[in-house]
Design a protein around this ligand. Structure first.
Ligand code: 4NP
Length: 162
């Protein structure tokens, strides 16, 4: 299973979701290929935001990689494209080349049964308290995504082979 995580800048939320999904998949022994991208191009080539890295490091998550912009080819490479908020959802769907691609797009938090909202709030222009909040939200979201993928796997295993 290949999962792409998408936010606006690819320097705050999606790199953190990427690290959290690695953590959750490892704990569940689920084999996932994970990457992240942004809908915008302002930060292409930049490392994750320093404030975001500090908040992630406080719970043992290391953010890595440099920002890149999502491209139409990503719909061929990935099975699932999980977006951080509804604006990302609209932007990513507009980029999807066909209906099959569009069907791969979902809100990241939609897999968290305890989520108190649909969006992972954008911390970039907010106060410092926004960053630990993102970490908390994406860790819970990542556990939900892993649970969803595990149930898909179990479903496939129980299906008679044709
Ligand atoms: P992200 O946060 O989408 O979580 O990476 C942002 C980073 C940069 C900008 C906006 C959001 N920006 O406008 O530059």
């Amino acid at each position: 299973m290949r999962v792409l995580l998408v936010c606006l800048g690819n320097i705050c939320r999606s790199p953190t979701a990427e690290a959290a999904l690695h953590e959750a998949a490892e704990q569940a022994r689920l084999d996932l290929e994970i990457d992240s991208a942004g809908t915008g191009d302002w930060h292409v080539g930049d490392p994750p935001d320093e404030r975001m890295r500090a908040a992630a490091a406080a719970v043992g998550l290391t953010l890595s990689g440099t920002a890149r912009q999502i491209a139409a080819e990503d719909f061929d490479r990935f099975d699932l494209v999980l977006v951080m908020d509804r604006a990302n959802y609209a932007d990513v769907c507009a980029l999807a080349p066909d209906e099959e691609s569009k069907a791969k797009v979902a809100l990241f938090r939609s897999f968290d049964p305890d989520a108190d909202g649909e969006d992972v709030p954008d911390p970039y222009y907010g106060g410092d308290e926004g960053f630990p909040r993102v970490v908390e939200i994406v860790r819970a979201g990542a556990r939900g995504v892993v649970a969803h993928l595990q149930s898909l796997e179990e479903e496939q295993e129980s299906r008679p082979r044709s």
